[in-house]
Ligand binder design. Structure first.
Ligand code: PLP
Length: 394
C-alpha cells in the first residue's frame, strides 16, 4: 500500500539533500566546534554557515540566531527570558489557541502567581486587535502570540501586535514554528523581538530548533552552561542537526514562493473537493488568513478518530486536531476556543500538505474519503441526513 502523508504540521520528511549534507558530520567531521584545533575549526565554520542560512530565510542577522533543541525549547527560552530580564513586570499575554509549548508554560506561570491573559479568538480563530490593545499594560513583560496555528493554519496579525506591545514597553515573541518555511518572514522589516523555529516542520530532523533574538533585546539564557552560542544556550552544539536545519532553510528560501503556490492549489483542490462531495462538512478557521498547506475540516456527526483509522487503512496519514492532543477524545482546545459545536469538533480532521504531495495523491484522498464518511454516518445514531449550510465550496 502506498503511503500518502498529509500530516506535515505534525512533522515532515527530512529532505534527501538535508540528510546528505548532515551525513559527514556524524563520523567523518566529528570535532567539537569549540576546539582550538583545525578539526574543530572546520566544524565551527559549518555551524556558522548554517546560522547564516537560517538567518537568510527570515531576513535576520546571523548573530541573531540561537540554536536550540526544538521549537518547545525556543518558546520556553523566549518567554522565560522576557520574565527574567524584566523581573519588575508580572503580566504575560498569550492566546487561547497556542501550542502546548506556550499554553502549558503560561499555565505554569499562572500557578507561580504571574498575571496571565489568554486572548480569546472568534469563530474563525482570529483575535481582535481592540482586545489586544486593551489587554497590554505597562506591567506586561511579554506578549507571545503564534504566527500560524498548527491545527487550523489561521494566521495572526503578529506585526500589528508587536507594534502594540512595543508601544507599551512589552517584548513580543511569536511561535512561528508552523510559519517559517511556508510563508515569507522578514525580520529586517519587523518589530518582533523573538521568533521560535523548529527544524522538523520544514524538512530538517526532529530535535533541532532556533530562536531569533533581535539585536539589543535583553536576554537571559534558559539552559545555563558553557560559552556555546555566545553564552546564550549552554551545551555542546548538535552539529549535524544544526547543519541539517541550515540546509533545510536554504532549500526553503529557494523554493518558498513557487512551491507553496503549488501546495496552495493542491490544498484548495482538496478542500473544495471535500466540501462538494461530503454534505455537512465545515472548514474550521478563516479561509483567507491561513497557511497555504493546511485544511481543518469537520464532518458533522462522525468521530474524527474513526475517520483517521479508516483513512489510515487506505494508507492516508492525517490528523485529528494537533498530533500532540490526539489520543484524547476531548475536542482540541483550539476548536473549543473557536466555539465549534461539539457535533462538528468531534469529527474534525486536519490535512496538512508539503512540497512532496502530488495531484494524484489529492485525487486519491478525494476518492476514498466520501465513502468513509458515508459509511460512518450510516451507523451514527445522530445522523439524520444532509442539512444545508452557508459554508460551501469556493
Ligand atoms: N509550536 C507549534 C505551533 C507547533 O506546531 C509545534 C509542534 O507541533 C511546536 C511549537 C513544538 O515544536 P517541537 O516539536 O520542535 O518542540
Amino acid at each position: 500500500m502506498k503511503t500518502i502523508y498529509v500530516d506535515n504540521n505534525a512533522t515532515t520528511r527530512v529532505a534527501p539533500e538535508v540528510v546528505e549534507e548532515m551525513s559527514p558530520y556524524f563520523s567523518e567531521f566529528y570535532g567539537n566546534p569549540s576546539s582550538m584545533h583545525f578539526f574543530g575549526g572546520q566544524v565551527q565554520r559549518k555551524v556558522e554557515e548554517a546560522r547564516e542560512r537560517v538567518a537568510a530565510l527570515i531576513g535576520a542577522r546571523p548573530e541573531e540566531i540561537i540554536f536550540t533543541s526544538c521549537g518547545t525549547e525556543s518558546d520556553n527560552t523566549a518567554i522565560m527570558s522576557a520574565l527574567h530580564s524584566n523581573p519588575e513586570k508580572r503580566h504575560v499575554v498569550s492566546s487561547r489557541v497556542e501550542h502546548p509549548a506556550v499554553k502549558n508554560l503560561v499555565a505554569q506561570l499562572k500557578r507561580e502567581d504571574y498575571r496571565v491573559t489568554e486572548l480569546p479568538v472568534d469563530s474563525k480563530g482570529l483575535v481582535s486587535m481592540e482586545e489586544v490593545a486593551r489587554t497590554i499594560t505597562d506591567d506586561t513583560a511579554i506578549v507571545s502570540v503564534m504566527w500560524a496555528n498548527n491545527e487550523t493554519g489561521v494566521l495572526f496579525p503578529v506585526e500589528e501586535i508587536a507594534g502594540l506591545a512595543k508601544s507599551r514597553g512589552a517584548l513580543f515573541h511569536t511561535d512561528a514554528v508552523q510559519a517559517v518555511g511556508k510563508l515569507p518572514v522578514n525580520m529586517a522589516e519587523s518589530q518582533i523581538d523573538m521568533v521560535s523555529i523548529s527544524g522538523h516542520k520544514l524538512h530538517a530532523p526532529k530535535g533541532i530548533g532556533a530562536l531569533y533574538l533581535r539585536r539589543g533585546t535583553r536576554f537571559s539564557p534558559y539552559i545555563i552552561g558553557g560559552h556555546q552560542e555566545e553564552g546564550r544556550r549552554g551545551g555542546t552544539e548538535n552539529v549535524p542537526y544544526i547543519i541539517g536545519l541550515g540546509k533545510a532553510c536554504e532549500i526553503a528560501a529557494r523554493s518558498l514562493e513557487d512551491e507553496y503556490l503549488r501546495v496552495r492549489s493542491l490544498r484548495d483542490k482538496l478542500e473544495n473537493g471535500l466540501l462538494e462531495k461530503i454534505p455537512n462538512s465545515i472548514i474550521n478557521g478563516d479561509r483567507e488568513q491561513r497557511l497555504p498547506n493546511t485544511v481543518s475540516i469537520s464532518f458533522e456527526y462522525v468521530e474524527g478518530e474513526s475517520i483517521l483509522l479508516k483513512l489510515s487503512d487506505k494508507g492516508i496519514c492525517a490528523s485529528s486536531g494537533s498530533a500532540c492532543t490526539s489520543g484524547s477524545l476531548e475536542p482540541s482546545h483550539v476548536l473549543r476556543a473557536m466555539g465549534v459545536p461539539f457535533t462538528a469538533a468531534h469529527g474534525s480532521i486536519r490535512f496538512s500538505l508539503s512540497v512532496y504531495n502530488t495531484e494524484e495523491e489529492i485525487n486519491y484522498i478525494l476518492e476514498v474519503t466520501p465513502p468513509i464518511i458515508e459509511e460512518l454516518r450510516s451507523i451514527s445514531p445522530f445522523w439524520k441526513g444532509p442539512v444545508a449550510r452557508s459554508c460551501s465550496a469556493s
